[in-house]
Write a protein that binds this ligand. Structure first.
Ligand code: UDP
Length: 195
């Protein structure tokens, strides 16, 4: 993956198409991949918090979500092809899933939002099986139950919307337990999709 270092965070320089192609291979590999959609707030969080920095360093792919990251890459003399916004990447992966018959699990946001999101994505991508949808309001004592629920349906993709301070650490902590090849934090995307 061609990357540019922004304050020590290695952000992919690929545009949407190359990113999606790479992630399709990641899914087919079966090995766990954490994708992080980086904005400047997350880069700053990594500078201030060593634990968050470890998460960013160990992510399999960091994509340039925001214009701030694209701007910083330009300044560093290693331009990024284009922004890869998380919500657009979600839709592109759903399109691939539609062709490839993928199973998808949606985790996060409120009960109402997640149910509506599952309905709308099923309408839009009938070739994708939404094999699970669960809200994001649970504590660490329920982590194992949530993991077991995800494992039992073996999705290809797991989208997690619980806010950046929670979703990335959660995926990082459990990426080797979930049995999912591609996991991505999507922030407020379910709120937008269920809109
Ligand atoms: N969220 C969640 N569990 C939580 C906190 C937030 O599922 O404990 C969801 C929330 O419902 C929303 C998404 O995470 O759909 C993003 O939340 P927010 O915008 O507050 O986080 P930010 O993206 O600003 O970090």
């Amino acid at each position: 993956v061609p990357t540019v270092s922004i304050f020590g965070i290695h952000v992919s320089r690929w545009g949407m198409r190359d990113t999606v192609n790479h992630l399709c291979e990641a899914v087919e590999s079966g090995r766990p991949h954490q994708v992080i959609t980086a904005n400047p707030i997350m880069v700053m969080a990594a500078l201030e918090d060593p634990a968050y920095n470890v998460i960013m360093q160990e992510a399999e792919l960091i994509v340039p979500d925001g214009t701030g990251v694209v701007w910083a890459a330009q300044k560093a003399g290693e331009p990024i092809e284009e922004r890869v916004p998380g919500i657009e990447l979600l839709h592109e992966l759903m399109k691939e899933g539609q062709q490839r018959g993928w199973k998808v699990y949606l985790l996060g946001s409120t009960k109402e939002v997640i149910q509506e999101t599952a309905l709308r994505l099923t309408e839009q991508y009938p070739g994708v099986a939404i094999v699970g949808a669960r809200d994001g309001y649970f504590g660490p004592d329920q982590d194992q139950e949530v993991i077991d629920g995800i494992r039992s349906v073996s999705p290809h993709l797991l989208f997690v919307a619980r806010g950046a301070d929670t979703q990335e650490p959660w995926i990082h902590k459990y990426k080797h337990s979930l049995g999912v090849p591609l996991m991505m934090g999507v922030g407020g995307s379910f709120d937008v999709i269920s809109g």
